[in-house]
Design a protein. Structure first.
Lengths: 116, 116
C-alpha cells in the first residue's frame, strides 16, 4: 500500500504571496491532518479534515486554511506569506479521526517552504 | 495554558543501554497521549497511543507509561540500538469544552543519540 505523499517537496516563495500544498492520504484513509514544524516552535497542529469537513483545529491565524476533496486528498493554503511561515509542513492520514480518537496517524515526508 | 514539557532535551547513551524519556503535561480536558519517533529529515512515526485508563503500552523495545493523576508519561527504551537515534516527541490530545473538537499539543522533543 502506498504511503502518504506530499507535493511539492520543496518550495520557495516571497513575502505576500500565497501557496497551496497538496497531500494524498493512504488509500482508504478518510482523515488528513496538517502540521507545521519549525526549529523554534517544534511541531504544531494546524487542522484536521475528515470526510471533506474540518473536524479539529489548532491555534493558527485565518491565513492558514485547507480543504479536502471527495477522494480524501487535501490541500492546505497559506495566504499573505510571512517570513515566519518558513517551515516544514507535514500531513498525516488515518482511517478515522487522528486527533480525539485512538487512531494511528501516518505521516508524509513533508513540504519544505522557504519564504524570502 | 495547555503545555507539554519533555526532558531531557538531549541524551547520549551507549548502544545496548536502556534509557527513559519524560513528558509532563498540563492539558485539559485530556483525550489521549502519544509518543512519536522522528528521524532526521523524515516525518514522525507513531510509537504508542494511550487513553486516560491505560497505564502502560508497549511496542517492541519501546514501553510508554501514563500517570493521569500526576499528568506524567515516560517512554522507556530497552537495549538501545544505533537506529534508535532520533527525536522522540510526546503529544497530548485535548478536547475543547464542548467535546466536539480537539487539538494536539506537542512537546519540543528529546533528541536521543545512541553511540557504538
Amino acid at each position: 500500500k502506498a504511503g502518504v505523499t506530499q507535493t511539492p517537496r520543496y518550495l520557495i516563495k516571497t513575502r505576500g504571496q500565497q501557496v497551496t500544498l497538496s497531500c494524498s492520504p493512504i488509500s482508504g484513509h478518510r482523515s488528513v491532518s496538517w502540521y507545521q514544524q519549525t526549529p523554534g516552535q517544534g511541531l504544531q497542529f494546524l487542522f484536521e479534515y475528515f470526510s471533506e469537513t474540518q473536524r479539529n483545529k489548532g491555534n493558527f491565524p485565518g491565513r492558514f486554511s485547507g480543504r479536502q476533496f471527495s477522494n480524501s486528498r487535501s490541500e492546505m493554503n497559506v495566504s499573505t506569506l510571512e517570513l515566519g511561515d518558513s517551515a516544514l509542513y507535514l500531513c498525516a492520514s488515518s482511517a478515522v479521526s487522528g486527533v480525539l480518537d485512538k487512531e494511528t496517524q501516518y505521516f508524509g515526508p513533508g513540504t519544505r517552504l522557504l519564504v524570502l | 495554558k495547555n503545555q507539554v514539557e519533555q526532558s531531557p532535551q538531549s541524551l547520549i547513551i551507549l548502544e545496548g543501554k536502556n534509557c527513559t524519556l519524560q513528558c509532563n503535561y498540563t492539558v485539559s480536558p485530556f483525550s489521549n497521549l502519544r509518543w512519536y519517533k522522528q528521524d532526521t529529515g523524515r516525518g514522525p512515526v507513531s510509537l504508542t497511543i494511550m487513553t486516560f485508563s491505560e497505564n502502560t503500552k508497549s511496542n517492541g523495545r519501546y514501553t510508554a507509561t501514563l500517570d493521569a493523576d500526576t499528568k506524567q508519561s515516560s517512554l522507556h527504551i530497552t537495549a538501545s540500538q544505533l537506529s534508535d537515534s532520533a527525536s522522540y516527541i510526546c503529544v497530548v490530545s485535548a478536547m475543547n469544552y464542548g467535546g466536539s473538537q480537539g487539538n494536539l499539543i506537542f512537546g519540543k522533543g528529546t533528541k536521543l543519540s545512541v553511540k557504538p
